[in-house]
Write a protein that binds this ligand. Structure first.
Ligand code: NDP
Length: 279
């Protein structure tokens, strides 16, 4: 039976380290959070970020903008935050109103304040193994793998899902650790080859958002399984991997909920502290 890789314990440990880093900075790092329009989900997510930030000594500034804001006006607002010396990090909450292009807007955040790690300059640094600010979910996955104590060098690592926030940066991070890395996506499924790749995985990371996509029976004996997926099925939250069967075969597995999720916001805070140190 697999050991559970629970993000909340690791998150507590990392938060203790962050608290002491914040106190040795000698000033409170500031995270500016932008919400455009009314969205209960985004507001509740921002509130939970605020709670975590404040527990670490980070000031959380909430900027609520009108849903009718134009793209140029939002760009101007972001530029002001970029120029504001007291602000260390900027985050834009999703979803944005339809007139706003997220990619364009997120690219306007100064790279050294881009605490989501999604600015092209920060993604580029991952390619060169020089990144200090990493995309939060990918960083959370790497922390969980590290905590399992398994060495990644030479391991068959398979990622399912090639999104810009999870799969693609993770592929680069795993390559940097010398894992033999395969990235599967919709094309792999269409070609009927997903099962074949998953069955080879010694380290499997799934980030798709489709419950039951990965059958528990496909998991290699002793594999480490990180399930990033979040799906609501009949009032329950489940991942993308058939947990019950996978748990019998894997050596380590993340529960959903309680695996990657609790670490993601901690990685955001780590990026804020890192940004404050870099500035
Ligand atoms: P996206 O929708 O951006 O990406 C999903 C990826 O899965 C795409 O690369 C897509 O390929 C691929 N895909 C879709 N269908 C299949 C299929 N049948 N077989 C193989 N690959 C497929 O999602 P995100 O990366 O943003 O998120 C993925 C999941 O992780 C979601 O459930 C999300 O809620 C969760 N999540 C969890 C977080 C956490 O903190 N725990 C944080 C972020 C996300 P293509 O684009 O080519 O169609």
């Amino acid at each position: 039976m697999a050991k559970l890789l629970e993000g909340k314990f690791l998150a507590e440990k990392i938060k203790e380290e962050l608290k002491s880093q914040v106190s040795s900075l000698g000033r409170r790092p500031v995270l500016a959070s932008i919400i455009a329009g009314d969205n209960a989900g985004a507001e509740s997510y921002a509130k939970s970020q605020k709670k975590t930030a404040e527990s670490l000594g980070i000031e959380y500034q909430f900027h609520k903008l009108d849903s009718s804001i134009s793209e140029p006006a939002l760009v101007e607002f972001i530029h002001k935050l970029n120029d504001e010396k007291t602000v260390n990090g900027v985050i834009i909450q999703m979803p944005l109103p339809p007139q706003i292009d997220y990619k364009k807007i997120s690219g306007c955040i100064a790279p050294d304040k881009d605490v989501e790690g999604m600015h092209p300059a920060n993604i580029g640094k991952i390619v060169f193994g020089k990144a200090r600010i990493l995309p939060c979910t990918a960083a959370a996955v790497m922390e969980l793998l590290n905590s399992s104590g398994i060495g990644l060098r030479g391991k068959e690592a398979v990622i399912v899902g090639h999104s810009e926030i999870v799969g693609k940066p993770l592929a680069l991070l795993l390559l940097d650790k010398f894992a033999t890395t395969t990235v599967c996506h919709i094309g792999t499924s269409e070609a009927g080859k997903l099962e074949e790749h998953v069955k080879k995985a010694e380290v499997l990371i799934v980030a798709v958002g489709r419950a039951g996509l990965i059958k528990g029976e496909w998991i290699k004996e002793g594999a480490v399984v990180i399930d990033v997926g979040i799906n609501r099925v009949a009032d329950k939250i489940v991942g993308d991997v058939g947990f019950e069967e996978a748990e019998k075969r894997a050596s380590y597995i993340t529960p959903v909920p309680g695996g990657v999720g609790p670490l993601t916001v901690t990685m955001l805070m780590r990026n804020v502290v890192e940004a404050a140190k870099l500035q």
